[in-house]
Design a protein around this ligand. Structure first.
Ligand code: DQA
Length: 139
């Protein structure tokens, strides 16, 4: 089973950025251990990060007819991007929306997601563990 994790803008700064909200672990460190853990079960995890809306859309188009699952943390684009919403609706691969923080406990502009309605499920507020919960749900 092939699963791709896509992280959107500013998530390259995990471990550095607003640690009280997002924690102090870099995504690369977290991803390395996750990849090793699931490799033994023949689950091939890959990871893509971009700060650019179009690059995220291109990646969804590229993999979205071939692989079994996509885990997407679209970062701030969650709250702004009709284009990413339309890309998710256009592809066949199911997408799970993940947010590290509980966006509903935060500013009101984070309460609305353009992508939730086209995602298979939503995991919010469980920290980095949310990515693993999404993998488990695909498995
Ligand atoms: C986030 C929540 C978004 O509101 C924010 O813009 C992010 C990260 C999260 O994982 O909690 O960049 O998606």
């Amino acid at each position: 089973m092939n699963i791709l994790i896509i992280n959107g803008p500013n998530l390259n700064l995990l471990g550095v950025r607003e640690k009280s909200i997002y924690g102090d672990q870099s995504f690369e460190t977290f991803f390395k251990s996750l990849k090793e853990k699931y490799a033994v079960s023949s689950i091939e995890l890959s990871y893509f990060q971009s700060n650019h809306e179009g690059a995220i859309i291109d990646k969804l188009h590229e993999v979205g007819f071939d692989i079994e699952g996509i885990i997407l943390n679209a970062g701030a684009y969650t709250h702004t991007s009709v284009a990413i919403r339309d890309a998710i609706a256009a592809i066949n691969t199911p997408v799970i929306e993940v947010h590290i923080s509980n966006v509903h406990q935060r500013e009101t502009f984070r309460h609305h997601s353009y992508i939730s309605s086209v995602c298979q499920g939503i995991i919010v507020g469980f920290g980095l563990k949310g990515y693993e919960l999404a993998i488990k749900s695909f498995v």
